[in-house]
Design a protein around this ligand. Structure first.
Ligand SMILES: [Mn+2]
Length: 374
């Protein structure tokens, strides 16, 4: 059986001022072509179908179109909800779609029974869960995501003679290893704090599966011999500018699961350009890309975005590299004993990378003095 693994579609996501619907449609068309050309048997959507639990109309239209085209290809489709999806909304039509080979699982209690794919492969679908979902569904007292997942997996009657594949949407950490994040994912701890490893799960939990098709982390990577993140379908953050996006094609046969990749082509790439505005305008950059510009200019440039857009019509964001450096740690008590002039000159130094000139000091001194008098 050969399966296309997609995850983190984030339909409806915007990149700064731009709607990405056309970009997303462009990638999904490539996915459909790939399924046709390679005569694949199935497609996985491993969570974060939508960017929001309240998806836009154009996002639901695109998803509807994509599902209809997958259905027309006659393949089996397996879908789970991610942390960005509304589990209840994505559950819509489940009973009807099931008869049409579109298998949707968004509730943990529905994840225990596998769907056979061919004679040999069994597909299990675990939607994004928090421990409270599991404790509510099974009246357990699991603490943390790892324990909760252990409870769920323990309730699956896995026939280890079959080739077992699991879809999941969690932060799964490699054993003794480091998880590489893309930059656009939101990693949540159990109580909703944005902390990486609290809600994370060790890859060794999934040892009974021949393959785990993962979603949630936007950088494609293997976290175990049997577990892989396909990565998001687009670059959703400037930190992903230098990374590649690809399709993962799973090949499952008689307990032997391998995969290959195919590059994803973009309607508009995401590019990070650094230098002075003049240098960026002189550079031979991709005019068709969403450009994120980090300016090295020491003094403020007038309306840099308008200037950028003349050469790069899809310019998305501009800031100064000096703003990237942060202020030194200071406590309120310390600040109370520091003069306003000193605070301002420290702030200026941190923002601009160089101190105030003699003349500027005089101006600041004059302005602050005036303010005091008033
Ligand atoms: Mn995601």
């Amino acid at each position: 059986m050969r399966i296309l693994q997609l995850s983190d579609l984030h339909l409806g996501k915007r990149l700064k001022e731009y709607s990405l619907i056309a970009d997303q449609r462009y990638v999904l068309e490539q996915a459909l072509d790939l399924i046709k050309e390679e005569k694949l048997d199935a497609c996985f959507l491993c969570g974060d179908i939508y960017d929001s639990s309240v998806p836009s109309a154009e996002a639901t239209v695109l998803y509807d179109e994509f599902l209809a085209k997958l259905h027309a290809l006659g393949i089996e489709v397996f879908i789970i909800s991610g942390n960005h999806d509304s589990a209840d909304k994505l559950h819509f039509g489940k009973a009807v779609f099931e008869a049409e080979k579109i298998h949707i699982v968004t509730r943990v209690e529905e994840s225990l029974t596998p769907i056979p794919l061919g004679d040999d492969v069994m597909i299990y679908q675990l939607p994004f869960i928090r421990s409270l979902d599991v404790n509510e569904a099974f009246e357990t007292a699991a603490k943390g995501t790892s324990e909760a997942i252990k409870e769920v997996l323990g309730r699956m009657n896995i026939d280890t003679k079959k080739t077992n594949i699991l879809l999941a949407h969690q932060a799964v950490f490699p054993f003794n290893g480091k998880l590489l994040v893309g930059g656009s994912e939101e990693l949540l701890s159990e109580d909703g704090e944005a902390v990486g490893d609290v809600a994370s799960v060790d890859a060794s939990l999934f040892k009974d599966f021949d393959f785990v098709a993962l979603g949630h982390i936007h950088k494609a990577q293997n976290v175990a011999k049997n577990a892989r993140y396909a990565g998001s379908i687009l670059k959703y953050h400037r930190d992903e500018a230098s990374s590649e996006k690809s399709f993962t094609i799973i090949n499952a046969e008689k307990k032997n699961v391998t995969y290959s990749t195919k590059p994803i082509h973009f309607l508009h790439d995401v590019v990070l350009m650094k230098g002075t505005l003049e240098e960026i305008l002189q550079a031979d950059g991709d005019k068709n890309a969403y450009v994120f510009a980090l300016l090295d200019d020491k003094s403020l440039v007038e309306d840099p975005m308008a200037k950028l857009k003349i050469k790069y019509p899809y310019a998305a964001w501009v800031d100064y590299s000096s703003h990237e450096s942060s202020l030194p740690d200071m406590h309120v008590a310390d600040i109370e004993h520091v003069s306003k002039e000193k605070l301002f000159s420290d702030f200026y130094l941190s923002q601009n990378g160089e101190p105030l000139s003699e003349e500027q000091i005089k101006i600041v001194h004059g302005l602050l003095g005036e303010k005091e008098e008033k």
